[in-house]
Design a protein. Structure first.
Length: 142
């Protein structure tokens, strides 16, 4: 993962913003967002977030000077501008610049090299393993 990033962006690093999230925290988050426009961005505790199994991370990129790379939207910005699935649309509308998408793709490729998969709605979120299998087999941190 880091080797892939260094090969394409020497001196850049990955910053972990969120990783393990105990189930009790997920329950508290859900109680705040349930029934709001933010609900689709959070896992229903009845199904479980794979953050609660230690199998998801939220990350961004750092430049060699230690500053976060501009990804076109903020970490945890729960809006369509954060959706990797909508890159082309947002480029066409001028809502994202090519550098934003380039940085997001760079992050996605580095994480994929380490076995992580991104999701369609958050450029910063990456899963390790199949969500159903993680929930079925993994120990959840309560």
């Amino acid at each position: 993962m880091i080797g892939r990033l260094q090969a394409t962006r020497p001196g850049w690093r990955i910053r972990v913003l969120d990783a393990l999230r105990p189930h009790r925290v997920q329950v508290a988050l859900w109680s705040e967002v349930r029934g709001t426009p933010m609900q689709p961005y959070f896992a229903d505790p009845a199904h479980g977030s794979i953050h609660s199994y230690g199998m998801a991370v939220d990350v961004t990129l750092l430049r060699p000077d230690g500053q976060e790379v501009d990804m076109g939207s903020g970490f945890d910005e729960m809006s369509e501008l954060s959706h990797p699935a909508l890159h082309e649309h947002h480029l066409g509308q001028g809502m994202l610049q090519p550098g934003h998408v380039d940085a997001r793709v760079c992050l996605q490729q580095a994480m994929a090299h380490g076995g992580f998969r991104g999701i369609s709605t958050e450029w910063w979120h990456f899963d390790l393993g199949d969500r159903r299998e993680v929930r079925r087999r993994g120990p959840r941190v309560d």
